[in-house]
Design a protein around this ligand. Structure first.
Ligand code: INS
Length: 287
């Protein structure tokens, strides 16, 4: 008998330490930033990211990308384009990102056959990485995200060795617990390091794609590991963020643990996923 997964366990919210410990134990085999064949490539990407992602840099990227006048293309075209992209921040994957899209979506489909919007989010969550194919350096596109304009917390990967040259790290206006933010101001009011999460979230909003709020949160914060896995930055969260957190954690299970060198048969899967795209983000989108 198939057991239907009806959604995340809300009680996790009230015991964050246990949840974090569990996550770390479960991460075994994934997200190893200490050793492995790809670790030098991963480190170099984060070193550049953590040196250059300042508040000023992020504000400038918002100006550059929030006009949505770069191109017009369909979601399937952007997904196919990710055949050309290997994510250099990912210690677990050395194959094109497009396969990871179908692996994530299929994992969700198995456990949540009733939630087509969730499956769709699994499919498209990384397509904002298309920016890397438009000349953006990977350190401004991929990788875990974190707030700028306040202290960089210890849960950020390579925290100790990569922020030394970031101008904000020594700026007393930015390097305190709250920095420029007010307590519980809400993540919507926080500048996140610039990358594919925020970009795709904005593309979906701009094009008025009717993805439920939970799905939009997954898109926007799926790489925010310091928050969803390590329990940091809750002092910036409002009630809505905390209500959405279990959904982002539910998404993370599939984003992380479906990674495998056993590659899916994309050709066969395409018609099903095209029907989801047609339902939630049809036609030409403005990027
Ligand atoms: C993931 C995650 C990974 C990173 C990927 C990103 O959400 O944050 O650590 O390597 O670029 O898509």
């Amino acid at each position: 008998m198939r057991v239907l997964n009806i959604g995340p366990d809300p009680s996790e919210l009230y015991r964050p330490e246990q949840a974090q410990k569990k996550d770390e134990e479960e991460n075994v085999g994934f997200r190893n930033f200490k050793s492995g064949d790809l670790v030098q490539r991963v480190y170099n990407t984060y070193k550049l990211m953590h040196t250059n992602q300042s508040l000023q840099f992020v504000k400038q990227k918002h100006v550059e990308w929030f006009g949505f006048n770069h191109t017009k293309m369909t979601v399937m075209e952007s997904l196919d384009a990710l055949d050309q992209l290997v994510d250099q921040s990912d210690p677990d994957v050395d194959f094109p990102n497009s396969f990871h899209a179908y692996q994530t979506a299929e994992g969700i489909r198995k456990e949540h056959p009733d939630k087509d919007w969730f499956q769709l989010v699994g499919l498209i969550h990384d397509i904002g990485k298309i920016m890397a194919l438009w000349g953006q350096p990977q350190w401004a596109v991929v990788g875990d995200t974190f707030p700028v304009g306040c202290k960089f917390q210890n849960s950020i990967v390579f925290r100790d060795s990569t922020f030394g040259d970031n101008p904000d790290d020594k700026n007393p206006a930015y390097n305190t617990e709250y920095g420029i933010y007010k307590p519980n101001c809400g993540l919507d009011n926080v500048y996140m390091s610039w990358g594919h999460d925020e970009y795709l979230y904005r593309v979906m909003k701009f094009n008025k794609c009717p993805i439920p709020e939970e799905g939009l949160y997954m898109i926007r914060f799926h790489s925010f590991y310091p928050w969803h896995t390590h329990g940091d930055y809750t002092h910036l969260c409002n009630e809505k963020d905390l209500k959405m957190l279990p959904w982002v954690k539910e998404f993370n299970k599939f984003d992380l643990y479906t990674k495998s060198t056993d590659l899916p048969d994309v050709k066969n899967l395409k018609p099903y996923y095209q029907s989801l795209i047609d339902k939630y983000c049809p036609g030409m989108l403005s990027w």
